[in-house]
Design a protein around this ligand. Structure first.
Ligand code: SAM
Ligand code: SF4
Length: 328
């Protein structure tokens, strides 16, 4: 079967599937989850590996999806993760994992052997006390070791995601950039988005990409790299010490070239991180729907995708779910 491109009404072709495989997490980052009170999905409501793989296979075979990112919650807390990685790797896609990195040292060899190609690790501070306050877990040494383990396992280029929040960690831009240069990993600074479970987001807490790049450039001069369809704006260090990226989701949204769809842990398909409606693929699967019916539901969801999220506009409504429940 020749794949038909997954196109929305604005002509955007979708090739990237983000799958949240769990809503659970061993961290409680302040910009993502509340300290307490998260209720996890019951196991029976979370898609089984076979269900996840079936949806992924339909997306690959029918629509030419060629990139799959596993995320969560924290994907590494899901038992037997290498089994899922092997099932998805067999689809021949570019397979990556977004993780907080705390347990990577123990699992990365099995994940690489199962077919994982790359990892993105989140790291918001290099200062142990601040890291512990931000993530509500005293795990900085484990995360740093996890980054080393990913590099050693050849899962490169390892990308390290940093969410900057004004007055919290915005004084670490240059330190984190230096860390990336020294380690040979690509730091990507992400603008804080209104997807925190506590609903404390405020535009004044966003550190604009422009300011981030200016701070880096003053310490380590950079020049732009031509931007592909990816959301990160890429910059190259003039002295050849690698790259750094910024993801300006709030100040310069990349909606016009967005090629992503997202599947939540309980099997809801979302055409946008900020979508306020979802398609329940789990019910379809569990009611015995054919591949044709599932593919039609995927195509319908994407066809109805909006032009953009409109953060900052008068009509913007934050989705009722937090980042950890959608899968970042
Ligand atoms: N637990 C994994 C991790 O932390 O990498 C994967 C899931 S996490 C929800 C995915 C990404 O979303 C992380 O890079 C995290 O920093 C980012 N994130 C979470 N809440 C965010 C927010 N309110 N604004 C911007 N990025 C956020
Ligand atoms: Fe967990 Fe990732 Fe959210 Fe932090 S950002 S609480 S590690 S899901």
């Amino acid at each position: 079967m020749t794949p038909e491109p997954l196109v929305d009404s604005f002509g955007r072709v979708h090739r990237d599937l983000r799958i949240s495989i769990t809503d659970r997490c061993n961290f409680r980052c302040t910009y993502c989850m509340p300290a307490e009170g998260m209720t996890w999905l019951p196991r029976s409501e979370v898609l089984a590996f076979e269900e996840l793989t079936r949806i992924a296979r339909i997306c690959v075979d029918r629509f030419g999806i060629d990139s799959i990112r596993l995320t969560g919650g924290e994907p590494t807390v899901r038992a037997h993760l290498p089994v899922l990685v092997a099932q998805l790797a067999a689809l021949g896609v570019d397979l990556a994992l977004t993780t907080n990195g705390a347990t990577l040292r123990a699992s990365v060899a099995d994940l690489a052997a199962a077919g994982l190609r790359r990892v993105n690790v989140s790291l918001d501070s290099l200062r142990p006390e601040r890291f512990a306050a931000l993530t509500r877990r005293d795990a900085l040494p484990a995360v740093l070791d996890g980054i080393d383990a990913a590099v050693e396992a050849g899962l490169g280029p390892v990308k390290v995601n940093v969410v900057l929040v004004r007055g919290v960690n915005d004084d670490e831009v240059v330190d984190l950039a230096r860390f990336g240069r020294d380690k040979g990993v690509t730091i990507r600074f992400i603008e804080f988005m209104p997807l925190d479970a506590d609903r404390r987001w405020d535009r004044s807490a966003v550190v604009p990409a422009e300011e981030i790049v200016a701070a880096i450039d003053a310490a380590f001069p950079v020049e732009p790299v031509t931007r592909a369809s990816e959301p990160a704006e890429r910059w190259r260090y003039v002295d050849g010490a690698g790259e750094v990226g910024v993801i300006p989701s709030v100040t310069r949204p990349f909606c016009a070239s967005c090629d992503r769809i997202r599947l939540t842990a309980e099997g809801r398909l979302r055409s946008c991180l900020f979508a306020t409606d979802e398609t329940d693929l789990r019910s379809l699967l569990r009611s015995g729907a054919s591949d044709d019916a599932v593919a039609a539901a995927v195509a319908r969801t994407v066809a109805g995708k909006w032009a953009g999220h409109g953060i900052g506009s008068a009509t913007f409504v934050a989705p009722p779910r937090s980042m950890s429940q959608i899968g970042g």
